[in-house]
Design a protein around this ligand. Structure first.
Ligand SMILES: NCc1[nH]cc(CCC(=O)O)c1CC(=O)O
Ligand SMILES: [Zn+2]
Length: 309
């Protein structure tokens, strides 16, 4: 096609994927932990400043952080530690680039021995009150360390409101909330293995049943009622029906999270060691077309490099 034809197409074309549309995902590991043997790429705290500066210079303005605890117990007692891995990661990024938006995950699965997103009561059942309470103090700890947006991810009803109340009570009215709206999926294995957050029970009972799309809509509105400023929707590609359904009716933006299984299945390592992200980037065009405000991804750098200016 001639260049002038391409220019005309561009003029008439719909929403284009830009670097600022992408939020980079960082699975954080401690500085003395080895990156080897994990299915997903990780970043040590010491590696974060340089990685963030490089992304920011490319136009990627935000990051989603996941960090677990090495010391785990059945109360997830390290989840809200002010000296924990997440707090140190947030501080490292904010020191390097104060305007880089930091979004955290608040959940208990990578802090509890069980790998569950909730805490058990004495009889082994789910202790809803205690789970919500720890998630709220965890989110508060992230805010104190400098997080701009926190992300309750347990899907426990009422946890979003409790996080909002805890933040407000501590004077963090300016910290926003983007809870995770999560469908049960087989696409999380790479993440769970990397973060050692596989549920002992084998399931995540609070997540949405993929056969129940109405439940997803209802839960999205419930999150907004509890105080959500945006909704993270995961997995990304397999939930486009929900994205389209929410477009225009939900009063807050929806950001699909292109999860570990999408990253590993829609990319391919070339013989020269570089990563072909073509199919993954193509799926992001689908997401934008379907109403995604922005997209959370593990491949922000590689995708930015192939975007046409
Ligand atoms: N605990 C919530 C949570 N936080 C991140 C992911 C998955 C992210 C990914 O696969 O990239 C999940 C889902 C799960 O563990 O069931
Ligand atoms: Zn969890």
């Amino acid at each position: 096609m001639s260049t002038h034809r391409l220019a005309v197409r561009k003029l008439l074309g719909g929403p284009e994927l830009t670097p600022a549309d992408l939020t980079m995902t960082f699975l954080v590991r401690d500085d003395d932990e080895s990156p080897g043997g994990r299915p997903m790429p990780t970043f040590s705290v010491a590696e974060l400043p340089e990685a963030v500066r490089a992304l920011d210079d490319l136009g990627v303005r935000s990051g989603k952080l996941f960090a677990g605890s090495r010391i785990r117990d059945d109360r997830a007692s390290q989840a809200d530690s002010p000296t924990g891995l997440m707090s140190r990661a947030i501080r490292a990024i904010k020191k390097a680039r104060p305007a880089f938006t930091v979004i955290t995950e608040n959940c208990l699965c990578s802090h509890a021995l069980s790998g569950e997103c909730w805490l058990a009561d004495l009889r082994g059942g789910i202790d809803l009150d205690e789970s919500r309470e720890v998630i709220a103090t965890q989110a508060l700890t992230h805010a104190e360390a400098g997080a701009d947006i926190v992300g309750p991810a347990s899907m426990i009803p009422g946890s979003v409101k409790l996080v909002r109340d805890a933040l407000d009570a501590a004077g963090h009215q300016g910290v926003l909330l983007m809870p995770h709206l999560i469908f049960d999926s087989g696409l999380y294995e790479g993440y769970r293995t990397t973060m050692e957050a596989s549920p002992a029970s084998g399931t995540r009972s609070f997540q949405l049943d993929p056969r129940q799309p109405e439940e997803a809509i209802r839960t999205a509105f419930a999150f907004v009622d509890e105080g959500a400023d945006a909704i993270l929707l995961e997995p990304a590609l397999f939930t486009v029906d929900t994205l389209v359904a929410l477009k225009g009716i939900l009063p807050v933006p929806v950001m699909p999270f292109s999860v570990s299984g999408e990253y590993s299945r829609l990319t391919e390592r070339r013989t020269d060691g570089t990563l072909d992200v073509g199919p993954l980037a193509e799926s992001y065009t689908v997401l934008k077309r379907s109403g995604a405000k922005r997209i959370i991804t593990y491949a922000a750098r590689e995708i930015t490099e192939i975007l046409t200016p």
